[in-house]
Design a protein around this ligand. Sequence first.
Ligand SMILES: NC(=O)c1ccc[n+]([C@@H]2O[C@H](COP(=O)([O-])OP(=O)(O)OC[C@H]3O[C@@H](n4cnc5c(N)ncnc54)[C@H](OP(=O)(O)O)[C@@H]3O)[C@@H](O)[C@H]2O)c1
Length: 285
Amino acid sequence: MEIKGTTKITGVFGYPVSHSLSPLFQNAAFQHLGLNYVYIPFEVRPEDLKEAVNAIKIFNWVGINITIPHKKEVLKYLDELDKTSKILGVVNTIHNINGKLKGYTTDGDGFISSLKEDGKFNPERKNVFIIGAGGSSYAISGALIKSKINSIFLTNRTYENSVKLREHLIKNLKFKNIEIIEFEKRNDEKIWQNIDLLVNTTSVGMKKNDPLLIEKKNIEKVKFVYDIVYNRKTELLKSAEDLKIPNLDGISMLIYQGAISFEIWTSKKAPIDIMKKAIYKKIKI
Ligand SMILES: NC(=O)c1ccc[n+]([C@@H]2O[C@H](COP(=O)([O-])OP(=O)(O)OC[C@H]3O[C@@H](n4cnc5c(N)ncnc54)[C@H](OP(=O)(O)O)[C@@H]3O)[C@@H](O)[C@H]2O)c1
């Protein structure tokens, strides 16, 4: 990649950010299409976020991804938000449009594209069991509702957070078919009779000795398992594989949400296969 005076700059703000996999596949995609763009990770401390966002305007960068811990905080420094970001109150992509910064959130749509394209699973009219009520659960549950699922069973370690998510979905998406399952009761067999899709949106599984939150006898009953964790093969994914249940890990979602950012910045169709090749060459989970 040749850096010239005209090279367009994109990247990611996070803290920490050194683990980010996005430069791998975004730069491969720019290169493949012969675009004079570069993607750079920037470590931005929370107290520096305002100035870092201002730098996007000062240096006329094309766009920036936003990751942990800035996804909520960054909203107050933007000029405009897309509909989903307004509803969810989070942004993971900024586009600099002639000096005005517009925020988007691509996690939810990225999840759905990954599920349909890589997983060959259509969530329409399906019953979904979701573990977790953090930021990514808001994006994923909202996107699943837009994809016309039938119902959500929601469980979360902190009960109040699942109540907040349920209220949010009722208020903003007018979706009422959500049952909260107390975390301690998540393995009750009767819940699992009609679940089609199981999604883990928690960070459980990122660490080596993290537990399996759903018992195998219940995993066995579902038609598809999705774990959005992307740094290792989780116990949940290992169990799905043992049971021969179709499944996907978080790398697929990571690529599809990044592909949407790529398309926002370049107005070109993202070369998904090239992005996949770039990431799987380095990482196999
Ligand atoms: N593949 C992708 O593209 C992609 C995109 C975004 C995020 N992710 C991954 O998704 C995971 C969650 O991210 P996030 O942004 O949603 O984080 P977050 O907003 O901090 O939410 C974390 C969630 O995990 C739960 N949790 C944490 N530790 C737990 C434990 N020991 N037992 C049970 N539940 C626990 C939290 O429950 P409480 O409410 O009780 O705290 C909460 O529901 C991370 O691993 C992240 O890397 C992947």
